[in-house]
Design a binder for this molecule. Structure first.
Ligand code: ZN
Length: 200
């Protein structure tokens, strides 16, 4: 089952780190030069504290676009046991299993008695978790890349700044490229595993 929840505050923490403590409390970007940039399909940028993109020629916020969030609108009650989903881990588990945390525990308990199947389930679950995590990380990195043209955090947590700033566009492209490559690899692995299940 999913034990971790990726929260907005994790993104905020990283963002504050990058901005430097001095303006973390205000949350306002200062000293930025206004530049006129023409955006095109697929570009991602930050404006008015929101992350935007252009999809099908329409400018929209990332959160609206975010497929995962759309798909996983969590219902009030678990579709399996009809209990209200109010546990902290109901939502993240519903995202993956389409049932509440307790039902997942039940399900996994029964599966443990079936040799081979449980291992396969764990492997596929790990891949699914990695895919979800990848989506979250990609979104956060893109968000950070598009607000942090003042410096970056080095491995030991020191904020390093340099003249000229980072190339946000290049950064975003690198992030998207890497995420796409990793996503493709994970999905391929998952598809292969799920295919075995069907032919058995
Ligand atoms: Zn349930």
């Amino acid at each position: 089952m999913l034990k971790k929840e990726f929260k907005k505050k994790d993104v905020n923490r990283a963002r504050n780190l990058i901005r430097g403590k001095s303006n973390s409390s205000t949350g306002i970007q200062v000293g930025y030069e206004k530049k006129h940039i023409d955006y095109k399909e697929g570009d991602i940028w930050t404006e008015n504290k929101k992350t935007w993109t252009i999809k099908n020629g329409i400018k929209q916020t990332i959160s609206k676009l975010d497929k995962i969030k759309k798909e996983v609108h969590t219902p009030l009650c678990c579709p399996k046991c009809n209990n209200v989903m109010k546990h902290r881990l109901d939502k993240p588990n519903y995202r993956i299993h389409k049932m509440c945390y307790n039902c997942v525990i039940d399900f996994e308990g029964k599966l443990k008695c079936k040799p081979g199947k449980y291992e396969k389930y764990l492997k596929e679950l790990e891949l699914k978790n990695k895919l979800t995590l990848l989506d979250n990380i990609e979104e956060s990195l893109l968000e950070i890349a598009n607000i942090s043209n003042k410096g970056f955090v080095s491995e030991d947590g020191v904020i390093e700044k340099w003249v000229g700033g980072i190339n946000n566009k290049q950064y975003s492209e690198d992030i998207k490229k890497y995420a796409h490559k990793t996503r493709k690899k994970l999905k391929k692995e998952l598809n292969e595993s799920e295919r075995i299940k069907k032919s058995n």
